[in-house]
Design a protein around this ligand. Structure first.
Ligand code: TQI
Ligand code: ZN
Ligand code: ZN
Length: 169
């Protein structure tokens, strides 16, 4: 079953159209940005929320960046595998990904020869769930289940994820 953060934080009622931006110094490719378009769409399809990219990192509601090691928020990244990413509860909007991972952006990850390959969209969908206020789920098929098998793509919201997010929005 789905869960929420303690005290059930959510984006406020008057904030249904949210903006997101990528850390400019990451200089991300369009392919990476397109993965996030898809990941946000999965949540907007199930809620009244919309997500639109803005070029102003400073004013964006949701700030996405790749970082390595200690990046100043008390939750250092740890190199290959271990922690892959983290996101903070609403209305923080901070979504951080571990720049040391072997991120897979396109193609069939199950066929990757890289043992430590991690599917970016799968992690993005999970972290956006946290950004919106979902904690972890006990349902194995759910996006918000706290573990994922290696070299696996899991991007479709399960009914448990949908029930959870529709309880919040
Ligand atoms: N990062 C953890 C996670 O996002 C960080 C974390 C632990 C966390 N407890 C939390 C974040 C409570 C918010 C609230 O769950 S992770 C997966 C999964 C991670 C793990 O790097 O371990 C995914 C990130 F589910 F696959 F194991 C993304 Cl999809
Ligand atoms: Zn961080
Ligand atoms: Zn999680």
């Amino acid at each position: 079953h789905y869960s929420f953060f303690p005290s059930t934080p959510v984006w406020p009622q008057n904030r249904r159209d949210l903006t997101y931006a990528f850390l400019p110094e990451n200089e991300l490719s369009d392919a990476v940005k397109t993965v996030f378009v898809g990941a946000f769409q999965r949540w907007s399809a199930a809620t009244p929320l919309t997500f639109k990219e803005t070029t102003s990192f400073y004013s964006a509601d949701i700030k996405i960046g790749f970082f390595v090691g200690d990046h100043g928020d008390g939750e250092p990244f740890d190199g290959v595998l271990g922690t892959l990413a983290h996101a903070f509860s609403p209305p923080s909007g901070r979504l951080h990904l571990d720049g040391d991972e072997n991120w897979v952006i396109t193609g069939d990850i199950s066929k990757s020869s890289v043992k430590s390959a991690v599917d970016l969209e799968s992690v993005a969908v999970h972290e956006i769930g946290h950004l919106l206020g979902l904690g972890h789920s006990s349902v194995e098929d759910a996006i918000m289940y706290p573990t994922i098998s290696s070299r696996t793509k899991k991007v479709e919201l399960a009914s448990d994820d949908v029930l959870g997010i529709q309880t919040l929005y």
